[in-house]
Ligand binder design. Sequence first.
Ligand SMILES: Cc1ncc(COP(=O)(O)O)c(C=O)c1O
Length: 382
Amino acid sequence: MPENALPLIDFNRPVVVGKENEYMAQAIAAAKFSGDGPFTRKASALLEEQLGVQKVLLTTSCTHALEMFAFLLDIRPGDEVIVPSFTFVSTVNAFVLRGARPVFADIRADTLNLDEAGLGALITPRTKAVIPVHYAGVGCEMDAILEITGRRQVAVAEDNAHGLFGKYKSRNLGTFGVLASQSFHETKNFTCGEGGALLINDPGLVERAEIIREKGTNRSRFFRGQVDKYTWVDVGSSYLPSDILAAFLLAQLEQREKIQSHRRKVWNFYQEHLNDWAQAHEVKLPFVPAYCEQTYHMFYMLLPTLELRQRLIAHLRQRGVESVFHYLPLHLSDMGRKFGGQPGDCPVTERASDQLVRLPFHNALTAEEMNRVVEAVREFDF
Ligand SMILES: Cc1ncc(COP(=O)(O)O)c(C=O)c1O
């Protein structure tokens, strides 16, 4: 860095917002901090209560919660699972691990969420599940998705990695599917470094979920005194986080109001101060339907072309602002092509992937940093 250059504004910076250190010290002092200890129970109970979900099981990641979907939905080789092409690899990999064939759906041009208009045509007699991803914490068109899948008797399970505490038509995201997943990775609104949760809305799946998460054993029933020894009863793996991580997470969840109100301010600031610049340059800012309460997870912009997007990222870096893009279309990845993905299959995804850039967004972004980001973007003239 040149001597008088301004410090880099990080794209993401995970920070302590409340009693994280105190709670972790308590978990350590208890000298018993494997999974399902007191902090895990408190964090799950808080989520169950705030979301109105039947059962929440903390997991080691959202990826692992998605892997649990595949077990619980009984995905077998040859089954088809419909996922948006515009998502993180875990949304699809979890099912491919069990032998499923991914079927890639395109997204809507406005919200970048799974395009419900094309969904019916993708459903076949082999379709086992549809996995809507509430991109940027803005709800998918759940009325239409549930109507189409209900008619064809296909399960819906939500990848809600971005959508904790978001709402679609006043109903919490994560409560529409039989199952939903959350991420507490360090890039998310609420974090414990690496972590996730499985939300279970179908009471019939709770017992099996507990078993799968506990290496295929009925250990949870044993600890509740419901059986007098625990043993291997099903397939499973080790998906439960340490109570030290749950302690960190609980402290973050307790600061829900503080975290969300800060993120709302950041999002609104970017929106307000970039709107006229965006209009003048044919740049698209995020669209949030009036009936969606978003989670303020990210702020993205869609530049007119890939070349301009790349130039903007370089321009921002020169001014000490870190910005990033994502996702590469899954149907055009090496794995996606093995499943038959071809250019042109999901045109809206392909365009968005070229055009999208995300601005710095985290729980400790200062007013000065926000101003610097906005100024740097506005200096980019083309
Ligand atoms: C939509 C989506 N699903 C799943 C994941 C995976 O989350 P995790 O890192 O907690 O496994 C991510 C990660 O960012 C994501 O964006």
